[in-house]
Design a binder for this molecule. Structure first.
Ligand SMILES: Cc1cc2nc3c(=O)[nH]c(=O)nc-3n(C[C@H](O)[C@H](O)[C@H](O)COP(=O)(O)OP(=O)(O)OC[C@H]3O[C@@H](n4cnc5c(N)ncnc54)[C@H](O)[C@@H]3O)c2cc1C
Length: 444
């Protein structure tokens, strides 16, 4: 057993929750510090129109094996249901189905030659095994070279700009390849199926909370950790925003990399070079509007918005994915947009942004009636996606920091794959094992 070794986990997203669950199960005394009101991180849920919904849309792929086995282990696998997905692209004032090779052949904004070329490029990407050369070229450049000028302008550039803003021409091709591959690998012959919990991802979050508490773990919310300080013995302390210090045997931060830099800066062991490297990983934020409506405005789950006249990147209908019965007949929608940290959306009034987006919806769907909206809410997340640029591999921070017994685990370490709940769980398992082993090795 663990001789009451104390472990602090900074951040209660899925990485932090998994670490806390695994280590508390082994008998360690874990404490999660979460700065927000509730744990769940980017997948946190909330109540809207008497429904438990995620602040940001979430689903699982059939290939998300770590998330699937965790659900099994926690006895909630039966609540995770896979539904048929449906994808469309809005361009030039029209909505196009975008699910099959036939749909691509019907995508009239591109010439027939460009459609065929795009199809071959997609096929070629699916069969690439050695992704290393793709780390040396940006996705934008690669697409221009292989898919051509027109297809890049109409299909890829809007997606890259929508997701990465000013970094759109910096992201490397291996990132885009990984995104395409994960979707293709998880597809069944009949098409794409996506997993969603009956009752939302809060079902999984709540089970993790229950288990951590049952194992004696503490979850402290609404408090930010301001500093990590290495002590003279092998312990370290967290300095909380109220000015108090708490000593631990191990500390794991699951915060974004540049936030971690701030936490450890000032310790004598931490060099300015280390801080500089940690700060060189850039992040963009995300803004998400969630609303319920009396209206069913589209038959698709997912709408990629490639049209520059519409002020957002994606529109999703969770009701189309999960079925009307899941939401008692209400139509649940998400509108999403990624934004750089200095984007005016981060200081704009929520209602101003939502009004602008509702006007965009009216352009896409002339029958859309904003008066039919029942309830709505906008959320802003500052660190939603990191930028995987040329040379990124050298910047990836290690799990063990330069401070004694202080660890970092976040999605910027997932490579060449991209962030996702499955990887948060996988990484959480890995770090928990690393910490458990570090105690076991000391005993030997
Ligand atoms: C728009 C969008 C859509 C997504 N869709 C999907 C999807 O469909 N499927 C999927 O699998 N994944 C999806 N993801 C990715 C998924 O949400 C993340 O991979 C996952 O939630 C990351 O978990 P994490 O614990 O590593 O980080 P986070 O969830 O970011 O958790 C970190 C936590 O640390 C806390 N924190 C930060 N600083 C401090 C501090 N100083 N003190 C205390 N606490 C602190 C934060 O409040 C946060 O709760 C999506 C992400 C986004 C942005």
């Amino acid at each position: 057993m663990s001789e009451e070794k104390k472990i602090a986990i900074i951040g209660g997203g899925y990485t932090g929750l998994t670490i806390a669950y695994r280590l508390s199960k082994k008998g360690y005394a874990v404490t999660i510090y979460e700065k927000e009101k509730s744990v769940g991180g980017l997948a946190v849920d909330f109540e809207l129109d008497s429904l438990q919904l995620e602040k940001i849309w979430h689903f699982l792929y059939m290939t998300d094996s770590d998330a699937l086995s965790l659900s099994e282990e926690l006895g909630i696998r039966d609540k995770l249901v896979f539904h048929d997905s449906s994808v469309s692209t809005y361009y030039g004032g029209k909505l196009y189905s975008f699910m099959s090779p036939l749909d691509l052949l019907r995508f009239s904004p591109l010439s027939i030659i460009d459609r065929i070329r795009t199809g071959f490029v997609g096929l070629y990407l699916q069969h690439i095994k050695n992704w290393k050369p793709l780390t040396e070229i940006t996705a934008y450049e690669w697409m221009q070279k292989y898919a051509g000028e027109k297809a890049t302008k109409i299909i890829w550039e809007p997606l890259l700009k929508g997701k990465f803003g000013k970094y759109y021409d910096k992201v490397i091709m291996s990132w885009l390849w990984g995104r395409i591959k994960v979707r293709v690998d998880s597809k069944e012959k009949a098409g794409e199926r996506l997993g969603y919990f009956n009752g939302g991802f809060g079902v999984l979050t709540d089970r993790l909370i229950d288990e951590i508490k049952k194992n004696g773990g503490k979850i402290i919310t609404n408090i930010s950790v301001d500093k990590i300080i290495e002590n003279e013995d092998s312990s370290s302390s967290v300095k909380l925003e109220d000015g108090s210090y708490v000593k631990f045997d191990r500390i794991v931060a699951t915060v974004p990399t540049h936030v971690f830099a701030k936490l450890i800066e000032g310790n004598t062991k931490v060099t300015s070079k280390e801080i500089q490297v940690l700060n060189s990983i850039n992040y963009v934020g995300a803004l998400v509007m969630v609303f319920t409506s009396e209206q069913k405005i589209s038959r698709y789950y997912w709408h990629n918005v490639n049209d520059p006249d519409i002020p957002f990147l994606v529109l999703l209908s969770n009701t189309v994915l999960a079925g009307e019965e899941t939401y008692g007949g209400k139509n649940v929608y998400y509108i999403g947009y990624y934004a750089e940290h200095d984007h005016h959306y981060f200081s704009d009034d929520d209602n101003k942004i939502m009004n602008e987006w509702e006007d965009g919806l009216k352009v896409m769907f002339p029958d859309f009636d904003k008066n039919k909206i029942r309830e709505k809410k906008l959320f802003k997340f500052k660190n939603a996606q990191h930028i995987v640029d040329i040379g990124f591999e050298e910047k990836i921070p290690s799990y063990k920091s330069s401070l004694n017994n202080v660890y970092l685990a976040n999605f910027s370490q997932i490579y060449p794959d991209d962030r996702g709940l499955n990887y948060a769980i996988q990484e959480g398992d890995k770090i928990a094992k690393m910490i458990g082993d570090s105690f076991d090795n000391k005993k030997k």
